[in-house]
Design a protein around this ligand. Sequence first.
Ligand code: GSH
Length: 201
Amino acid sequence: MKLIGMYDSPFVRRVAISLHIQGFTFQHLPLSVFRNIDAFRLYNPLLKAPSLVLGDGTLLSDSSLILDYLDEQVPERRLIPPSGEARWTALRQINQAIVTAEKAVSYVYETVLRPPEKHFAPMQERARGQVQTGLALLDERAVALLPGQHLNQLEITTAVTYRFVAHVLPELLTDGAYPRLAALSAQCEALPAFLSAPLES
Ligand SMILES: N[C@@H](CCC(=O)N[C@@H](CS)C(=O)NCC(=O)O)C(=O)O
């Protein structure tokens, strides 16, 4: 399996961490969707990260689709419950983390990719506010890990989202703004799976 995309993408990073936790062997190709367009296009003409190329050449793109595929390959090590109320609760909560990460990515696109003369303050403020709202929702239910606890996808995606926001919008996290999230993030970032996919690599 080949995972294409950079770990400064929260979507790529949550897939890499999940692959590690679920015991898959994979090759990581740290190609940027913006700086390595020609090379990236060889794997995915739609230029979306993450892209996962399976052994038979099948391309999977979109982190949720990839994670669903991985869970099906190793049912005994699933990271999202297979069915019922537990599944829908997990998916609903994971979606809040995903949207928070998407809005932080939007903020980067608005402020870094867009040239200064094309900046539009209302869109920047909107994305910032959505990130803050998302973090508050995630913080309400973030719970510290118990020693030796197996991670699930909600914890992985929540921790990856927090770390990404810490990277791109550090000013939102001052003064202990999200204490439960900060504690969960610190615990997760010390784990081998998270260390195997460093955001700044
Ligand atoms: N919902 C998607 C979001 C993926 C995404 O937006 N990835 C960004 C990199 S962080 C990307 O591919 N950007 C290039 C583009 O959208 O053209 C997922 O979960 O995989």
